[in-house]
Design a protein around this ligand. Structure first.
Ligand code: ADP
Ligand code: MG
Length: 348
């Protein structure tokens, strides 16, 4: 089911949470809403589910205006961070529970629950109670239960936040698989950029109730529309350098109009490389420390304009080395005084 927001405003008393946002989530896609804590992600999900109602604006499911429709009539499945399973019921009973409430005949609901137990790969544990399952297994049950009523949408609010790192990775792949097997339109909320980048067809980045950018993971990473998006995605964080005399701009061959407009230059740590001389470098500095984690070597360089981080320089450096860093022009991101990306191709 396609979901559409049209000029949605939402406030809790004086606290404006969503500022006139409009977007569309295409049928059968997995879309992630990504943003820092408090930016309005859960509020957006609750508006979609019908648990709360907007102050103004319209919500559509397909062509149907559902703005004032109750939650029960919206046919939305939800999964939360805490699994909210019924502790006294078995796995199979938990999965069937929504169907039992709907008075679906027993044979039919057990069949459906078994089918879902297989889909989420929990069929070996159907007679256990939640306390005898791992966090990942409990979340599988919660997903199966959310799907039992054949909802038109699946909403997931930080479903992996309670799991340890390894399980999180396993479960995010599982969520992607289940979504692709069922083809159900899924809206996934997280504050974890890596999770979002790894599973989404499209990502909507929210900050303080405004959509910052809504596009594919690759587009977001390579062509952020503003500095917030550039900084929110990528580890280590993108280097953001205030325009300053310490930068050797002639090494970059920028147009004068570009130099004039630019307030901040941003460079991903993987795009910095080393050159022999200061003249060829954008910036020079001293290695402060070299962080080695397995195959990843991160070099922290002190420069006149603050610390710069580079990840592709290899194992050759040690603390105190003088280092000259350069970047290919195509890997530069330039931002204006409003922290918006300067569309370089459009400049004369
Ligand atoms: P997120 O899920 O992105 O962390 P939320 O959507 O939960 O953010 O919250 C956004 C803002 O709305 C926060 O400032 C939060 O305090 C406020 N808020 C959320 N729910 C309520 C509520 N039921 N009553 C009052 N304020 C709320
Ligand atoms: Mg939330």
């Amino acid at each position: 089911m396609q979901v559409r927001f049209e000029d949605i405003n939402m406030a809790f008393d004086e606290n404006k949470v969503l500022n006139n946002i409009s977007f569309q989530i295409p049928e059968s896609e997995l879309v992630t809403i990504l943003g820092p804590s408090g930016c309005g992600k859960s509020t957006t999900l609750m508006l979609i589910s019908g648990l709360i109602f907007p102050n103004s604006g319209k919500i559509y499911f397909g062509d149907k205006d559902v703005t004032s429709l109750d939650a029960v009539d919206r046919k939305v499945g939800m999964v939360f961070q805490n699994y909210a399973l019924y502790p006294h019921l078995t796995v199979l009973e938990n999965i069937q529970f929504p169907l039992k409430m709907q008075k679906v005949p027993k044979k039919e609901r057990v069949e459906r629950a078994m089918e879902l137990a297989k889909l989420v790969k929990i069929e070996e544990h159907i007679n256990k109670r939640p306390k005898d399952l791992s966090g990942g297994q409990q979340q599988r049950v919660a997903i199966a239960r959310a799907l039992s009523k054949r909802p038109s949408l699946l909403l997931m609010d930080e479903p992996l936040s309670n799991l340890d790192a390894r399980l999180r990775i396993e479960m995010r792949e599982e969520i992607r698989r289940i979504q692709q097997e069922t083809n159900i339109t899924t809206i996934f909320v997280t504050h974890d950029q890596e999770e979002a980048l790894s599973i989404s067809d499209n990502i909507m980045i929210l900050n303080q109730g405004d959509i910052q950018q809504y596009s594919t993971p690759t587009e977001l990473y390579n062509y952020p529309e503003n500095l917030f998006v550039a900084k929110f995605l990528g580890t280590p964080i993108i280097n953001s350098l205030a325009m300053n005399e310490a930068l050797n701009l002639p090494s970059l061959n920028l147009k004068s109009k570009e130099i004039q407009m630019t307030k901040t230059i941003a460079i991903r740590p993987e795009n910095l490389y080393e050159v022999e001389s200061k003249e060829d470098a954008l910036i020079s500095g001293t290695v402060r420390f070299v962080e080695i984690i397995g195959k990843n070597v991160t070099v922290h360089v002190d420069t006149e304009i603050g610390e710069i981080v580079a990840t592709e320089l290899g194992f050759v450096h040690k603390q105190g080395d003088t280092i000259h860093l350069a970047v290919n022009e195509k890997d530069l991101l330039l931002f204006d005084d409003k922290e918006n990306t300067i569309q370089r191709g459009a400049l004369k």
